[in-house]
Write a protein that binds this ligand. Sequence first.
Ligand code: PBG
Length: 334
Amino acid sequence: MSEIPPRGAYPGTRPRRNRRHAWSRELVREHELRPSDLIWPLFVQEGSGTRTEILSMPGVQRLTIDLAVEAAEQAVEAKIPAIAIFPATDPSLKTDDAREAVNPENLVCRCVRAVKSAVGDRLGVICDVALDPYSSHGQDGLVRNGYVVNDETVEVLCRQSIVQAEAGCDIIAPSDMMDGRVGKIRSALDGARYSHVQILSYAAKYASAFYGPFRDAVGSAGNLGGGDKRTYQMDPANTDEALLEVQLDLSEGADMVMVKPGMPYLDIVRRVAETFGAPTYVYQVSGEYAMLTAAAQQGWLRREAVMLESLLAFKRAGASGILTYFALEAARLL
Ligand code: PBG
């Protein structure tokens, strides 16, 4: 949106005139939320026929693969274009070197295969690339002398990307915030003949306290203990740095970029969308979902109303689409 040119003043100009009737409000509406704007994150667990509540995310459940396939079918019906699959890895498989991340038979790969064989090209499947669901320390990368090392981690992330692409993943989404990983993953995918696999980079990902419930959902909260991710995720105080991160990722070959978290970072969404004009996604993260849901459960906010208003806000800020735990519910309402 550009500068507003000068206009007449009251009483000649009365902005309320356009708002008087519902049809008129529709007519002048600038932004619209559609099911095709939504990406639905799903948590998966081992077993079959079982859903497990996530206490800090009321209404969101971990699903076994068979139920994740059903959820994928529901997403197609609701006209949601893509889902993102996150594994709750069995604690016994978590190691220092997160080797389960590159196991082609790991939970997420098996889930991707099952979902893709059911839905084919009717639904896009996105996989996170980062080591935190698999590491005994809960960090997104390999730890050496208490520090998450960059280049060695990137090598593992490349292998992780390839096993996920092999499983049928359509979009690889590096969420690890290592430097240079997008370029390396792009070459690794191209080298393995996956040049058609897209990269959605978590480009401006902040070291946020709003990820808490997600870490409960994938079971990495206990692994991380009192640790944090501030040596690689961005400082919430920074905004110019977000533009640098996005610029680097686009120049390394990211097809789409993401800002995360969402509502507290709408200024970043706006700047990134305006500056680069690239497909820009935003993640309404677990803590945002928890806040809105908890207040609605108390009867303090109206669930559907705040859900739709918060999602529309992302569109208004310039987002091309939104990852949200409300995706199915919102898509059905729209
Ligand atoms: C993993 C990852 C996280 C989220 C998405 N991918 C957690 C983290 O970085 O600690 C958070 C999503 C959410 O909170 O909903 N790297």
